[in-house]
Design a protein around this ligand. Structure first.
Ligand code: SAH
Ligand code: SF4
Length: 342
């Protein structure tokens, strides 16, 4: 059986040649997959019944299943998605009131090898990379289930996207060409894999690079992110400056706020100084609790003070809205295991 999800228009045309139908039929099927996102071939109502029957004998739309779906009181939806080999990842759909955007937070790997101490995904270790089809299937699954069209993508689910860069770039190409989601509506978040940041800098990608910094110096960062020992912050900063110079794009600095750890006045000033000459916006993420908690979320007072101090250093600073915390769908809470959701 041919799986239709993930096929480009050209591939669909080639596949449909054997049915002896016109190229226009492939265009219609493409539209049913990426825009209307139907779940079965019978729903492709502008194709003749005979052709649908014939197609059904040779093709299916997807092999991906929704294992669990949870809806948060704020409208966020979290899916546990199962691939044919039985591995699962989580995908989150976020809607923001008063904005038309529908943002899918997609996973790039099953588990993650980077093992940041504040993140639930890292606790599982690395299981495997997702293929580009498995990545785009997450967005198709959301569209098929909700009947809505996703407008923005963030690679902020499980996994380190830059350690699966080939599949991530191929998925972005499909998001651009087949879903018609512009590169500027796509964000890749990384813990700081320097050689891959350099590689990305050479490509003319218009997507936003977000960097999970979380601390302004080596000592503090190494306490929560083991990757700091491999790719230290001084080198990382050089890579980021190079990235901005090569691409001209402003980057996003993500910064988790952990109570009395990295949210003090001194640390805010040090961070402001570090980022002074870097073209970036700063996104503060109040720490979300995970099981096995030794950290606490910063107090509102500390969050506001931290934001104020950074703004004073001339940066645009936003505080990330917490989405879906009641269903463990917020940043860092994705485990991708069945026992996480039952
Ligand atoms: N692996 C990539 C992308 C996935 S994580 C990365 O680390 O950048 C997406 C964001 O959520 C990252 O900035 C990550 O540091 C943050 N995050 C992880 N655990 C968190 C937690 N418990 N609370 C708040 N943010 C968290
Ligand atoms: Fe991996 Fe990102 Fe979690 Fe760190 S924060 S363990 S890099 S998914």
């Amino acid at each position: 059986m041919k799986v239709l999800s993930g096929l480009s228009l050209e591939q669909l045309e080639n596949f449909m040649e054997e049915f002896g139908v016109t190229k226009f039929r492939a265009k219609q099927v493409h539209n049913w997959i990426y825009f209307k996102s139907v779940s079965n071939i019978d729903e492709m109502t502008n194709l003749s019944k005979e052709f649908r029957e014939e197609l059904k004998t040779k093709a299916i739309i997807t092999e991906t299943k929704i294992k669990v779906k949870q809806v948060s009181s704020d409208g966020t939806i979290k899916y546990l998605i199962e691939y044919p080999d039985g591995e699962c990842v989580e995908t989150v759909l976020m809607r923001f009131d008063n904005r038309a955007n529908l943002t899918a937070c997609v996973s790039s790997q099953v588990g993650c090898a980077v093992n940041c101490s504040f993140c639930a995904t890292g606790k599982r270790g690395f299981i495997r990379n997702l293929s580009f089809v498995e990545i785009i299937e997450q967005v198709l699954t959301i569209q098929r289930d909700t009947g809505l069209k996703v407008t923005n993508i963030v690679f902020m689910g499980q996994g380190e996207p830059l350690l699966n860069l080939t599949n991530v770039l191929k998925a972005i190409e499909i998001f651009n060409n087949d879903f018609q989601i512009g590169a500027r509506r796509i964000t890749i978040s990384t813990s700081g894999i320097i050689p891959k940041i350099n590689e990305l800098a050479e490509k003319e990608l218009q997507s936003t690079l977000a960097i999970s910094l979380h601390a302004p110096n080596h000592k503090l960062r190494a306490e929560i992110m083991p990757i700091e020992n491999k790719y230290p912050i001084d080198e990382l900063k050089k890579a980021l400056l190079n990235y901005v110079e090569k691409t001209g794009r402003r980057i996003t600095v993500e910064y988790i706020l952990i109570n009395n750890f990295n949210d003090t006045t001194e640390v805010a000033k040090e961070l402001g100084y570090l980022l002074k000459d870097l073209k970036c916006n700063i996104n503060l993420i109040p720490y979300n609790s995970t099981s096995n908690d030794k950290f606490k979320k910063s107090s509102n007072n500390n969050i506001m003070k931290f934001k104020y101090l950074l703004e004073h250093s001339g940066k645009k600073v936003t505080v990330r809205l917490e989405r879906g915390a009641d269903i463990d769908a917020a940043c860092g809470q994705l485990k991708g295991k069945v026992d996480n959701v039952l």
